[in-house]
Structures are given as structure tokens and as C-alpha cells.
Design a binder for this molecule. Structure first.
Ligand code: NAD
Length: 480
């Protein structure tokens, strides 16, 4: 990969922006520019969408059997497995995530392709038991056309895989736009797409900024579905653009996920889950367990154990395998985190640990931060920080835990820590959230749907329904 000028992948060709424009991409561990990325404008985006549209209609892709599509996806999964270390290194350098975290994520990545490869020829319609004896009725599933995938910076490969694999399994073509903060690993993925042998134009990638490149892509009239992961502000623009063309939409947005600890929990595994839940990826995770609800009888004990764990976290270079927390992906995000923590202290939150930038090293680092909060209405308890910050709130009983858990505009994930099976089931039933983890946190599988309620978005990724969401339904009537 030539870091001086990365290239986009459009219609099977590697190229820069027509205008020749590029922008700088930074390594968060050093705060320095580490590569230059093409800045695609409307004309480049149009090239990519037109290529995807031609490929969708052309015989090379449309003429393939679903089984043959599945085999291509399987091949791509194998190539990812063979090139996992390169992908993990690029992503770690680009977004500052720990190499051991990107290795873990990339290690699982092939599974999304194997799973969807298996589904490609199992996306079936149904015969209809019509109430009209002289008619035969059936439904037929067909692909939608060109899919636009808009990807954030925190987990580019994973968040692309869960869109790309089902979209292709269902027979669509795709244009991917990485975040302006992390394009490199997805460009490397395109090299593997090329090696796998997909027909030209089936998979395309354009790089650039959200309000220009992203807006041009999501507003393009030939785009039939937009799969978006990111924040609420960008999502609102995307929804407005989709409205112009009635493109289908899935939105995976932010969260303020509660981790609920009851006094009967296995405290050791609960603390492990809480620490990994909020400090992994320096808290830059949509499912971060950033609201910790703790039963009052164990509150002091939990806060003390958490403080000890936070104090022992090894912060440093994400490329080192023994580092436990790396940098924040962008300087702007670092400033947002610092501002929100400062405001929380003004609002009356008690600082238990952290709450400061780490200035004795280059790059954009923030300390693991624990804030004890009496009021559930503080912005630090209600708003997504997207950083290593956990707000701890006490509760007295199950009813109060449930009320607090649901006192949020979000609804992406929730962790429930208890040995009481009935209570676990009651809360799993009543907490309004797309994912419920009981005595675990962050479990992910190609088979398990991901998505949110309320301000966390709509639509689901992963699992069988995700493939169906990349199809349209035709209804067939035959007069017998
Ligand atoms: P972001 O919303 O700033 O950017 C996401 C993507 O949208 C980027 O590719 C960006 O270029 C693009 N974009 C921005 N404005 C656009 C516009 N007007 N039109 C089209 N595209 C546009 O988000 P981010 O800062 O990269 O990521 C952080 C956010 O993503 C957090 O809120 C986080 O919770 C969310 N997230 C959610 C999930 C999930 O699965 N639910 C996963 C990861 C991240």
C-alpha cells in the first residue's frame, strides 16, 4: 500500500479522485499524518454508483447463481483469514485501536462471510395458501440494486463486513464510504475483493468526507438502500437524502447502554464485564456500557474495585501487545470527552478516577474515568460520550433498576448481572434495548442480530433477517 497516495476502488480500477484532491489521515497514537487519502467529489461518487448499477444489471453478476455468489463470498472470507495480520495492523494504526483488539475482530471477520455465503442460496420466497382456489400465489425475493454503506471510524472492517456480506449474498452491488478518519483497512479489503474475483463494479469504495462524499452517495438516485452506522447528526442528513429517492435504510446509531449489577451477581465476572464493556476501544464503541447501575448494598465495594482496576490499566502504544488502553481516534473527539467530563464535575458528579488528558506522551490519550452520579438526569448520564468514561448510579431494588435502565432516549444494548434467573428474564423482557446480555457483555456472532431501539436507530444487521433486508419481495399471481 502506497501511503503517500491511497487509491479508491471503482469499477474494478484503482484510482484517485478525478480532481486529484487528497486529504491527510492521522495516526492517533502519535497525532501525526500517516497517509494521504483521495477526496472524492460528486463526479467520483457518480462513477462508483454508475459502475455498481451497470454491474447489477450486467450478466456477469446478475447471471451468477446464488450458489456461485456464495462461493465468491466464501473465497473472500478465506482471503481475509490469510491476510488478517495486515488488515489488523492497518486498522490499529488508522484508528488507534489496540492491535490485540483489531486482531481479535479481524480474526472473527471471515465468519461473517462464511455465514452469509451459506445463506446466499437459502433466501427463498414462499407459496401462499390463498383463499382463492383458482389462483396460485407465491412470493419471490429479488435483490434491491445498488447499496450505499456508510461506515464510522471505530470498527471499519467489522462494520463493513456486516453490510457487505449480506448485501452481496442477496445479489446486490455496493459502494462503500469509509470514515474520513479511517480508510486504510477498507482499501486493503478491496484488494482482497479484487483477488476473490468479483465482477468489476460489484464492490466499489469511495473515500472522502461525510457532508460532501457521503452526502453525494446517499443522495444518488440509483442507490436503493443505505446501510448507515454512525452518529445522530449525520444520520438525520442521511434520512433526509434517502427520502428524496425512497431508498431503504438501516441506521445503527449510538447508545448509552446500562450495565446493571445486582447484589447477587458474581462480582468478579461482573467487574470484568464492566471494565471490558466501557474501557475496550477506549470507550469508542456504540455498545459501551457507559451507565453503570449498581445495587446500593454493593455500591461502595463495586466503586472501589472499579477504581483499582481503572488505576491499573496500562495505557500506551496500541501496537504493543501488552497495552490495555490506547488513544482516542481524533483530537476533536478527545476535546469532546474532556469537555463532557469537566461539565459533569460542574453538574455535581464526583470524580472517582481519571478525568484528564494524558499529556506525557504524543498522540490523543484520555485516562479511564469513573464518575459517581446521584442524579440520573445529568448530561453525562444521558448523553453518549464515546470515550473511556463510565457514570455510576446507585439503585435500591429491581423496580428502580428497570426504571433507570429505561430512562434514556437510546436502546442499543444492556448488561444484566444477577444469579436470579427469574430477575434476569424479567429485565431482559422489560428493558427496552436491541441487545440484552445476561452475565456477559459484548458477545458478538454472525448469527445474532445487532441494532437498536429509539435514538439508537432501526433495522438489524447480522443473522438471517439481515439478508432478507437486502431484498425486495415480488408477489406472483397465476390464474389457474
Ligand atoms: P459520524 O456520524 O460522524 O460518521 C459516520 C459516517 O457518516 C462517516 O463515514 C462520515 O463520513 C459519514 N457522514 C457524516 N456526515 C454525513 C452526511 N451528511 N451524509 C452522509 N454521510 C455522512 O460518526 P463517527 O464519529 O464516525 O462514529 C461515531 C458514532 O457512530 C457514534 O455515535 C457511535 O455510537 C456510532 N456507532 C454506532 C454503531 C452501531 O452499530 N450502532 C457502531 C459504531 C459506531
Amino acid at each position: 500500500m502506497n501511503l503517500d497516495s491511497l487509491t479508491m476502488f471503482i469499477d474494478g480500477e484503482w484510482r484517485g479522485a478525478r480532481s486529484g484532491a487528497t486529504f491527510d489521515s492521522y495516526n492517533p497514537a502519535t497525532g501525526e499524518v500517516w497517509c494521504h487519502v483521495p477526496n472524492a467529489d460528486e463526479a467520483d461518487v457518480n462513477d462508483a454508483v454508475q459502475a455498481a448499477h451497470r454491474a447489477f444489471e450486467g450478466p456477469e453478476w446478475a447471471g451468477l447463481t446464488a450458489t456461485a455468489r456464495g462461493k465468491l463470498l466464501y473465497r473472500l472470507g478465506q482471503l481475509i483469514a490469510d491476510n488478517a495480520e495486515t488488515l489488523a495492523q492497518l486498522e490499529s494504526r488508522d484508528n488507534g485501536k489496540l492491535i490485540r483488539e483489531t486482531r481479535g475482530q479481524v480474526g472473527y471477520l471471515p465468519e461473517f462471510f462464511y455465514y452469509n455465503a451459506g445463506l446466499a442460496d437459502k433466501v427463498v420466497g414462499e407459496t401462499l395458501p390463498l383463499d382463492k382456489p383458482d389462483m396460485f400465489g407465491a412470493t419471490v425475493r429479488v435483490p434491491l440494486g445498488v447499496v450505499a454503506a456508510i461506515i464510522p471510524w471505530n470498527s471499519p472492517l467489522y462494520l463493513t463486513a456486516i453490510k457487505l456480506a449480506p448485501a452481496l449474498a442477496a445479489g446486490n452491488t455496493i459502494v462503500i464510504k469509509p470514515s474520513e478518519h479511517a480508510s486504510a483497512s477498507l482499501i486493503e479489503l478491496m484488494r482482497l475483493v479484487e483477488m476473490a474475483g468479483f465482477p468489476e463494479g460489484v464492490v466499489n469504495l469511495v473515500t472522502g468526507f461525510g457532508p460532501s462524499t457521503g452526502a453525494a452517495l446517499t443522495a444518488h438516485p440509483l442507490v436503493r438502500k443505505i446501510a448507515f452506522t454512525g452518529g445522530a447528526t449525520a444520520a438525520r442528513h442521511v434520512v433526509r437524502n434517502s427520502a428524496e429517492n425512497f431508498a431503504k435504510l438501516s441506521l445503527e446509531l449510538g447508545g448509552k447502554s446500562p450495565n446493571i449489577l445486582f447484589e447477587d451477581a458474581d462480582l468478579e465476572s461482573a467487574i470484568n464485564g464492566v471494565v471490558a464493556g466501557v474501557f475496550a476501544a477506549s470507550g469508542q464503541s456504540c455498545v459501551a456500557g457507559s451507565r453503570l447501575l449498581v445495587q446500593r448494598s454493593i455500591y461502595d465495594e463495586v466503586v472501589q474495585q472499579l477504581r483499582d482496576r481503572a488505576a491499573s490499566i496500562r495505557i500506551g502504544d496500541p501496537a504493543e501487545t501488552n497495552t490495555e488502553m490506547g488513544p482516542i481516534a481524533t483530537e476533536a473527539q478527545l476535546e469532546t470527552i474532556d469537555r463532557m467530563v469537566t461539565q459533569a464535575k460542574t453538574d455535581g458528579a464526583k470524580l472517582i478516577h481519571g478525568g484528564e488528558r494524558i499529556t506525557d506522551r504524543a498522540g490523543w490519550y484520555y485516562s479511564p474515568t469513573i464518575l459517581a452520579c446521584d442524579s440520573h438526569q445529568m448530561p453525562i448520564v444521558q448523553e453518549e460520550v464515546f470515550g473511556p468514561v463510565v457514570a455510576v448510579i446507585p439503585f435500591d431494588d429491581e423496580a428502580e433498576a428497570l426504571r433507570l435502565a429505561n430512562d434514556t432516549e437510546f436502546g442499543l444494548a444492556a448488561g444484566i448481572w444477577t444469579q436470579n434467573v427469574g430477575r434476569a428474564h424479567r429485565l431482559a423482557r422489560d428493558v427496552r434495548s436491541g441487545i440484552l446480555w445476561v452475565n456477559t457483555y459484548r458477545a458478538v456472532s454472525a448469527m445474532a442480530p445487532i441494532g437498536g431501539f429509539g435514538a439508537s436507530g432501526y433495522g438489524r444487521e447480522c443473522g438471517i433477517d439481515a439478508v432478507r433486508d437486502y431484498t425486495d419481495l415480488k408477489t406472483l399471481w397465476i390464474n389457474l
